[in-house]
Design a protein around this ligand. Structure first.
Ligand code: NDP
Length: 493
């Protein structure tokens, strides 16, 4: 215990210990060993943080919007300056590749620049109202205190997606990161302070979902919950928030189809399918976990896929050459292995991997083998349920119609990939696929400029892009009468 780094939370601009006086250990997925201690915040801490955010709200929402944007751009600069060390913290905590986290942290400032730029472009409208002697206009106002709950796969990137539009819109914030990966967000709070944000505008409470998280989603003074995570927790967040009519945005799971037609550029499609499922060890909501491949090229395509996947270098995520790292959490590790057994039990054949990775370079970490199952049909659990690991299900199809039917036949609708050289097919598929994002001849591209979110049970609301700021605003209609006399008071105007 003694030599572990011990973190503190930030509430009202001050570094504080948790009310419980307790910390829990956070582990490095590559070594399986604890490396730091995270404050075990509880309902009392959430209450303090929400009060701080509520107290800071009048000052922050009245801050000149250009100044809010200026502070956000400063924060973006500070993240850029500290990107390497923040990325190293994330790799230590979530085991994702330094190659990936390094890029994410270098890219994350763009959300603060983009939404910082939008802060002073939030405009209402003058309505040419149908009443005489009356002036009617709208104001876009912040919602209030926003509770943000983030998962363990891309901690600071997913924080940026929520925090940047929320701050630009004039809201104040309480952030509850995942218990498994809280360290980078705790370090990030130092940059918020350094950038010069007023105390209480951004607060953080770490701790367990069932303690700190639960207290946040049920707090009466929280106006909205912005959540990214699993569908089961998302459902709970949604129903709890409904008790006090909080607004919600939910970014949940997926079972995204990556659809390969026989007219595609096969070499590119193979790479695209690999990046869709094995990047980030498959621990991404947009994982292309169902490969739908046209029957005419099925065997050739699977052979090429297996050949390339076999070359994936596993090992230390801090090594820039590593291509597949460990699984982030022990429960996730068990869940992935469980799904491999389920798939085998359902009759699928593992043509690659199919179990724990015991290669020497995997050490004591929580590694599973990149896995490809063939002989899958879309009704199997392995085709319907989110695994959140490097496990690909290959499902053959005959033609466009069948590809669409299978592609859309899941409760999710987060993303889809299409590989074809036909422009006609590209348009038809992108129009008919029920998914918030469709990639054609690419996969796993995201940007601060382009809206991201789910159809069906993959979530509610959109992050990134201009429309995302609306998720953190409400519209007020203001009526001003210029009439010199109020007519009959017993009728509606
Ligand atoms: P969760 O959905 O449980 O965790 C996401 C966030 O919700 C974490 O910050 C968690 O805190 C918090 N949380 C948990 N319970 C509550 C609660 N009762 N009230 C408020 N907040 C809560 O994800 P898991 O880590 O359990 O992963 C389960 C599955 O979810 C994965 O296997 C995967 O399928 C999916 N997932 C999807 C993600 C995505 O990007 N869409 C990201 C992560 C997971 P804490 O970590 O402290 O429990």
């Amino acid at each position: 215990m003694g030599n572990l780094k011990r973190y503190q939370m930030t509430i009202a601009g001050k570094k504080v210990d948790p009310a419980s006086g307790e910390w829990f250990e956070t582990e490095n997925p590559y070594t399986g060993k604890a490396w730091a201690e995270i404050p075990r915040g509880n309902a009392e801490d959430i209450d303090r943080a929400v009060k701080a955010a509520k107290d800071a709200l009048p000052g922050w929402r009245r801050t000149i919007a250009t100044q809010r944007g200026h502070l956000m751009r400063k924060l973006g600069d500070l993240i850029a300056e500290n990107a390497d060390s923040l990325a190293a913290t994330e790799v230590r905590d979530n085991g994702k590749l330094i190659a990936e986290m390094g890029l994410q942290l270098k890219y994350a400032p763009q959300w603060y620049y983009y939404f910082g730029g939008l802060a002073d472009k939030i405009e209402g409208a003058v309505i040419p109202i149908d009443k005489p002697d009356t002036f009617n206009f709208t104001r876009k106002e912040p919602l209030g205190v926003i509770g943000m709950i983030t998962p363990w796969n891309s901690p600071l990137m997913l924080t940026a997606w929520k925090l940047a539009p929320a701050l630009a819109a004039g809201n104040t914030v309480v952030l509850k990161p995942s218990e498994f990966t809280s360290a980078s967000a705790l370090e990030f709070m130092d940059l918020v302070k350094q950038a010069g944000f007023p105390d209480g505008v951004v607060n953080i409470v770490t701790g367990y979902g069932k303690e700190a998280g639960e207290a946040l989603i049920s707090h009466p003074d929280v106006a909205k919950i912005a959540f990214t995570g699993g569908s089961a927790t998302g459902k709970h967040v949604y129903s709890t928030a409904a008790q006090s009519f909080k607004k919600v945005s939910l970014e949940l799971g997926g079972k995204s189809p990556n659809i390969v037609f026989d007219d595609c550029n096969v070499e590119n499609a193979v790479k695209g399918v690999i990046s869709g499922i094995f990047a980030a060890t498959g621990q991404t909501c947009i994982a292309g976990s169902r490969l739908l491949v046209q029957k005419s090229i099925h065997n050739e395509f699977v052979d090429k896929l297996v050949a390339l996947a076999k070359t994936a270098k596993m090992g230390d995520p801090m090594d820039p050459d590593t291509q597949v790292g460990p699984v982030t959490t022990p429960p996730q590790y068990e869940k992935i292995l469980g799904y491999m057994d389920i798939a085998k039990g359902e009759g699928a054949e593992a043509v690659l991997g199919g179990g724990k990775a015991t290669r020497p370079e995997c050490g004591d970490g929580w590694f599973v083998e990149p896995t490809i199952f063939t002989g899958v049909n879309n009704q199997m659990r392995i085709a319907q349920e989110e695994v959140f690991g490097p496990v690909l299900s290959v499902i053959p199809f005959e033609d466009e119609e069948e590809a669409l039917a299978i592609g859309n036949d899941v409760v999710y609708g987060l993303a889809a990939g299409v590989w074809t050289e036909s422009i006609r097919r590209a348009f038809i598929m992108s129009q008919e696929l029920q998914a918030g994002t469709v990639w054609v001849n690419t996969y796993r591209a995201v940007s601060y400029m382009s809206p991201f979110g789910g159809y069906k049970q993959s979530g509610l609301g959109r992050e990134s892009g201009q429309a995302a700021i609306e998720e953190y605003l409400q519209t007020k209609s203001v009526w001003i009468s210029m009439a010199t006399e109020v007519p009959n008071p017993f009728v509606m105007r």
